[in-house]
Design a protein around this ligand. Structure first.
Ligand SMILES: Cc1cc2nc3c(=O)[nH]c(=O)nc-3n(C[C@H](O)[C@H](O)[C@H](O)COP(=O)(O)OP(=O)(O)OC[C@H]3O[C@@H](n4cnc5c(N)ncnc54)[C@H](O)[C@@H]3O)c2cc1C
Ligand SMILES: NC(=O)c1ccc[n+]([C@@H]2O[C@H](COP(=O)([O-])OP(=O)(O)OC[C@H]3O[C@@H](n4cnc5c(N)ncnc54)[C@H](O)[C@@H]3O)[C@@H](O)[C@H]2O)c1
Length: 488
């Protein structure tokens, strides 16, 4: 299809002039959901996408990475069930895992997503969109679209590379390479001990790479409770990952394209590898977006209110939703924000005088601050929601922390022999509700939503006492945590 040609029902009927109620810039999970919500509320919507509809998540992030990781945890857990190790004891089959990953990335084609957009009645314009003044978006510098009510910027984020001499010339892997590589590197150095670093170390080590993980802090997963990073580091080391903490990369060299890469550390020692993955965080995809035409600074995160409306832009027509607003860089939070922003856009378009922007109101993305769930799909998994103990203390809460050994729960020992794991709840003593919970151990990702409901619902501890976990499941840890809290 030609660039900036509109497809879909709105484009076909009456929007040849490029006038829509809502323009959505960026068709990742967030943009798709904003467009869907506003269209479902009776507004016309067009989505502008420069690459693939589905965004980072579908092709280079969540889906391919989890398709690489599921075989790792499935095998590892099965090997710890007596009688099963004999059946699954062999190493992973890399070509089969990579083929599974390719399928989950839809072979980097967006036909399915485009069909879905069409089915929900949203037009698609392919091309690079830029703001061209209030309510205007130009596509590839040509066609101009105009929004009656709102423009929602959902352009996501991109990897942030630190200014290390020689790094750019050495053509390092970033997350896109790590999730889409077609061969297993013999030696892989990963810089960064956050989520991408940990997940990719887990996957590529299990696929056969010799992995060195370089971390400048003293542990992994620094945004979670410290025991999460400890347990994951212990298990990565057992899997054969060389973990080096407290190190900085001073210089990177790759003498010849495709040849080995040398990573020079602050202390002067050198590590030679076949690939270097930089997993050092994300920056906003707003540098070439025409932000200057509406008084904003190119390359900055979009500072939004709780309905995701950009604070500094008058008339309230510009929204920033998903990664681009830096509230919580997760697909499920972007989709949540899309539901909130979509409802706010529709209500404002209808002229509703007063929106429900109070805490937990229909037009306030309160969960972004109070109840963000995240699962790190490492082996073991680390899953957390809400505030860690340190965050709660920093926020001034009077708290009590309760910890439990997950391995002591009957359901956990049935799940895997020698189950290692830990759980923590953080209780706000003034209201006796949970501020946060963290679980680390095999299979805990599926336990997390129970905690999310407790935190977002602000369920009193005395009522949680009546939420009976089934026996013998890992969820029985809830009973142990509450018994410990009550002093039973
Ligand atoms: C390796 C990795 C693994 C991850 N795993 C998980 C996970 O398991 N679970 C989870 O919740 N999150 C995960 N994330 C985070 C998740 O990918 C992001 O939070 C999510 O993709 C954000 O969605 P978005 O729609 O805001 O942005 P994106 O998915 O980045 O989509 C933005 C879209 O906008 C388009 N675009 C950008 N600029 C323009 C423009 N000027 N004109 C037109 N189109 C434009 C882009 O092409 C893209 O399609 C992971 C991230 C990484 C890097
Ligand atoms: N399962 C999931 O939910 C999942 C998986 C992957 C990514 N994500 C999302 O994607 C985002 C990006 O992940 P990420 O791991 O790139 O970012 P991150 O912010 O989680 O971790 C980046 C790490 O790199 C370190 N770092 C930064 N500069 C460095 C340098 N010069 N040298 C050494 N270390 C350096 C930081 O201290 C930090 O620990 C995260 O915010 C996360 O929410 C989510």
């Amino acid at each position: 299809m030609a660039a900036s040609e509109a497809t879909g029902p709105n484009g076909a009927a009456g929007s040849g002039d490029g006038l829509y109620d809502v323009i959505v810039l960026g068709g990742g999970p967030t943009g798709e959901n904003v467009a869907d919500r506003v269209h479902a509320a009776g507004l016309s919507a067009v989505l502008v996408e420069s690459e693939l509809v589905g965004g980072e998540c579908s092709y280079w992030a969540c889906m391919p990475s989890k398709a690489l990781l599921r075989p790792v945890t499935a095998r590892s857990e099965a090997r710890r069930v007596p009688g099963v190790d004999e059946a699954v004891g062999r190493p992973l089959d890399p070509p089969a895992v990579l083929a599974h990953r390719d399928a989950f990335a839809s072979y980097w084609k967006d036909d399915g997503q485009v069909r879905w957009l069409d089915s929900v009645g949203v037009d698609l314009v392919r091309g690079h969109g830029r703001l061209a003044g209030p309510r205007q978006v130009s596509v590839d510098g040509g066609r101009t679209l105009t929004a009656r009510h709102a423009v929602a910027v959902c352009t996501g984020s991109r990897p942030l590379l630190p200014p290390i001499p020689g790094l750019a010339e050495a053509e390092p892997w970033v997350s896109r390479n790590a999730t889409s590589a077609q061969t297993v590197p013999g030696r892989l150095v990963i810089v960064g001990g956050g989520v991408v670093g940990v997940e990719m170390a887990t996957a590529w080590r299990a696929l056969g790479s010799s992995v060195t993980l370089l971390v400048r802090g003293d542990g992994l997963l620094p945004r979670m409770e410290p025991f999460a990073g400890h347990l994951v580091a212990e298990s990565l080391a057992e899997a054969g990952v060389f973990l080096r903490t407290g190190v900085e990369v001073r210089e990177v060299r790759r003498e010849a394209p495709g040849g080995p890469v040398t990573v020079v550390l602050d202390a002067g020692d050198e590590i030679v590898a076949d690939e270097l993955l930089m997993a050092t965080g994300r920056g906003p995809r707003t540098d070439d977006l025409g932000l200057e035409t509406v008084g904003l600074t190119p390359g900055s995160w979009l500072d939004v209110d709780d309905s995701c409306r950009v604070k500094a832009v008058g008339d309230g027509w510009l929204y920033g939703v998903g990664d681009v607003n830096h509230r919580a860089l997760l697909t499920h939070q972007g989709k949540y924000q899309a539901r909130i922003a979509g409802a706010a856009i529709a209500a404002r378009a209808r002229g509703v005088p007063l929106l429900e922007t109070d805490r937990w109101g229909a037009h306030s993305a309160t969960a972004d601050t109070d109840a963000v769930p995240q699962v790190v799909f490492s082996d073991p998994e680390a899953a957390a929601v809400g505030l860690s103990a340190a965050e709660a203390e920093r926020a001034g809460y009077r708290i009590r922390v309760v910890d439990q050994d997950l391995g002591a729960v009957a359901g956990a020992s049935l799940y895997a022999e020698g189950y290692r794991g830990r759980a923590r709840i953080v209780v706000d003593l003034s209201r006796e509700v949970l501020l946060g919970a963290t679980f680390v151990g095999p299979g805990v990702g599926e336990l997390l939503h129970s905690a999310t409901i407790a935190v977002a619902g602000e369920v009193p501890v005395e009522r949680l006492w009546h939420a009976v976990p089934a026996y013998p499941t890992i969820s029985e840890v809830w009973l142990r945590l509450l018994e410990a809290y009550r002093g039973d």
